[in-house]
Design a protein around this ligand. Structure first.
Ligand code: NAP
Ligand code: SF4
Length: 689
């Protein structure tokens, strides 16, 4: 362990930090522009929807300040539009006048008071704006937006550049330490740079020099307006991952021009939002794109930041050691664990609540217009209302069930000072997560189990494995929390006891028992997971080379956009995924992740059938009607994934015994149960007990 001091309390010098931390490169100060940053960690930009919420800026201030107190040295805010047309959706936050600037003072004051620094991200959505008034270099609709943009005139472009400059100047007035100009992910600046979206024939389109003029002018004029003592970061799209994206030579030309125009730091942008290559979901290998940053770093003199799927200190340290970048940007990991930096500094990485890149409570919420939070940390963006206070009266609390709901309840209650005992019927903690972590591409879920195990131990929770709690013994506790979870729903169908029928828990734990051809009944989240598992060959998962090949990613960016011909993964089984509904299978999966699951199964040749009416299972296989037509699927195995029922047999007897009893997670409600609700319910209950 490096030290017990809070990281943010220390004075930094390169020699000190290299001797006391396990991550010497991560904690080496960095000179950038007029500043010396205390470490190489950037809390990257995240739009939380607090930006538009009532009282949102003071809540944002609490959110940021908590992270700065734990050692985050530099933050970039969520994207703020430089004018009305640039807002990501109608009514989204913009910075265009002094009144709007005044609201930001709560954020800058809180960050500075906590000892940190914060830059405002200027983001113009261009043709991604979800609004009928959107604008772009050319009137070309984005495939992910129903609205077609209006082409900007040359005069409009001049006004837009001035709007960026005004936004930066207002950020300066509001107390920010700098700005990040968002030039990647397919937003307006990217739209100017690429032939894909810029078909102009005037001085803002055509050859590369004219296409990059827009960002170069923005950076040059911002620098002119704000002077040298104001950090200017540019987020550069290094691999667009779309057809007609930039070539590597074009990215280099732009990077150098931006540097010459006055940027202090170049941040890495990976992939446009409309790209059909996943860039941040859990199945993307850790630090998958750092190599692209490394190649750009060799072309520049200003420091460079790398990003995407860096979630633990050893990964961050490795990319710095490999010379991929001067700094590492992480965004979602700071939702998952506000104390990430302190824990890394103090050599306690096992206590980090790792971001598992599920997107379920962050990006999915953002796109659904809900407040951002985090599946593994429900306090994220709820700092002012979900407080974990130490209790005055210590109670003896029994938690029954060691899945996500039970572990979250037990840990939080114990953290508050209660004496907590956790009973788990099986031989291991984890509940449904023990299935999730076995699915190829969901290996990160093991990190959450590691986190809870470490923290339950840290807070002295007495964990009893292989123990069924009974009413008599539970009466001894001041409060009992039933987190007894779910059991698979039984399918009522002739032949359901046939030996070829397998319940999903068995299929996941023992995939070798599933034959070479298989029908999966039920195309919910679990059905998709089982199809993913059964259609994967026995090769190491999260193998970066296999992943680049499958998704057609060329880190060398030899072709425009860095795309290459995909390789076809070979499935060891013929898999058919079935549902009764007539809608598209997988429609209910996560907003930002569902398409990845659907595409991955397509890559593996998994067939899907909708409108199924199951008839019977016998020696010939599964008999069913598909949209009324009789069919026989002559499969070796039938795996049943049709949801779950709550397990709560203890509840009524405990009520009758006058025990203070509560229910959380699947025991409370099995329908549409997910770990997000389970952990949230457990944490909130424990915060009140
Ligand atoms: P589920 O989504 O509740 O159910 C799966 C499907 O089974 C239903 O959509 C239903 O579709 C079918 N079904 C239900 N009752 C049936 C019956 N009696 N006979 C035949 N078919 C029936 O359950 P799950 O897949 O086990 O998922 C449980 C929870 O975990 C869900 O909330 C899910 O979102 C979450 N989860 C999500 C993911 C992910 O997003 N990747 C992964 C794992 C789990 P039809 O009636 O149309 O056939
Ligand atoms: Fe990470 Fe999932 Fe939390 Fe988002 S919700 S921050 S992806 S763990």
């Amino acid at each position: 362990m490096a030290t017990q001091l809070s990281y943010s309390c220390l004075n930094f010098s390169a020699s000190e930090t290299t001797t006391v931390t396990e991550y010497p490169r991560l904690f080496r100060p960095l000179d950038v522009g007029h500043l010396t940053l205390p470490n190489r960690i950037l809390m990257g930009s995240m739009h939380t929807n607090l930006e538009e919420a009532p009282n949102g800026f003071s809540r944002l201030a609490s959110f940021y300040a908590e992270r700065v107190r734990a050692g985050v040295g530099l933050i970039v805010t969520g994207g703020i539009a430089p004018n009305e047309q640039g807002a990501v959706f109608q009514g989204a936050s913009k910075l265009t006048n002094a009144v709007e600037a005044a609201r930001h003072r709560a954020v800058t004051a809180a960050v500075h008071e906590a000892g940190g620094r914060v830059c405002l991200q200027i983001l113009h959505a261009g043709r991604y704006a979800y609004s009928p008034d959107l604008v772009a270099p050319s009137a070309i609709r984005a495939p992910i937006n129903p609205y077609t943009p209006r082409e900007l005139s040359a005069d409009d472009i001049e006004t837009h550049i001035e709007d960026y400059v005004r936004c930066a100047a207002l950020a300066h007035d509001a107390g920010y330490d700098g700005v990040e100009v968002m030039g990647s992910e397919g937003y307006l600046i990217n739209q100017f740079v690429c032939r894909r979206t810029n078909h102009r024939r005037d001085e803002w389109g055509g050859d590369l020099e004219r296409r990059i003029r827009f960002p170069v002018e923005i950076v040059r004029r911002i620098r002119e307006a704000v002077g040298s003592e104001f950090l200017l970061i540019f987020r550069l799209s290094m691999i667009d991952l779309v057809e007609e994206g930039s070539t590597w030579q074009e990215v280099v030309v732009l990077g150098r021009a931006i540097e010459a125009a006055g940027a202090d730091l170049i941040n890495t942008g990976i992939g446009w939002h409309e790209a059909r290559v996943p860039t941040i979901v859990t199945s993307v290998p850790r630090a998958a794109f750092a190599e692209v940053s490394k190649r750009m770093r060799a072309e520049l003199t200003v420091p460079l930041i790398t990003t995407n799927r860096i979630n633990m200190p050893e990964v961050a340290e490795r990319v710095l050691a490999d010379g991929d970048a001067d700094m590492v940007s992480m965004a979602r990991p700071f939702l998952a664990d506000p104390d990430w930096v302190n824990k890394a500094w103090e050599g306690r990485p096992e206590e980090i609540n790792t971001c598992i890149a599920c997107n379920q409570a962050c990006l999915d919420h953002t796109f659904q217009g809900k407040l951002t939070s985090c599946l593994v940390n429900p306090r994220a963006c709820h700092e002012t209302e979900l407080e974990i206070r130490v209790v005055d009266t210590v109670r003896d609390i029994a938690v029954v069930g060691g899945g996500p709901a039970g572990m979250a309840t037990a840990m939080t209650a114990a953290q508050r000072g209660h004496r907590v005992t956790l009973f788990e019927r099986s031989s291991e903690l984890g509940g449904q997560f023990n299935y999730a972590r076995r699915i190829p591409g969901k290996e990160e879920f093991s990190e959450t189990l590691r986190y809870y195990q470490v923290m339950l131990d840290k807070y002295d929770v007495r964990v009893h494995l292989n123990r069924d709690a009974d009413v008599q013994s539970l009466k001894a506790y001041d409060a009992v929390v039933l987190a007894t979870g779910v059991r698979p729903r039984e399918l009522e169908l002739p032949g359901i006891d046939h030996p070829r029928v397998i319940r999903y828990p068995t299929a996941i734990l023992y995939p070798e028992r599933v034959g070479p051809s298989v029908a999966i009944i039920g195309a919910g989240g679990i059905g998709f997971d089982v199809a993913e598992l059964l259609s994967h060959a026995d090769r190491p998962t999260l193998d970066p080379e296999a992943w680049y090949a499958e998704w057609g990613v060329d880190l060398g960016v030899q072709n425009r956009g860095g795309l290459k011909t995909r390789s076809q993964p070979v499935s060891p089984r013929r898999v058919v995924l079935l549902q009764r509904k007539t809608s598209k299978p997988g429609k209910e999966l996560g907003t930002t992740t569902g398409w990845v699951h659907r595409t991955s199964l397509r890559h593996r040749g998994v067939e899907t059938l909708s409108g199924c009416d199951y008839q019977r299972i016998d020696d010939d296989g599964l008999h069913l009607h598909v949209e009324g037509d009789p069919r026989l699927l002559p499969v070796d195995s039938v795996v049943v994934c049709i949801g779950q029922e709550p397990v709560r047999e203890l509840y009524q007897p405990l009520v009758e015994a006058h025990v203070d009893v509560h229910m959380v997670g699947g025991a409370w409600e099995a329908t549409e149960l997910d770990a997000k609700r389970a952990i949230d319910q457990g944490t909130r209950l424990a915060a009140r007990l």
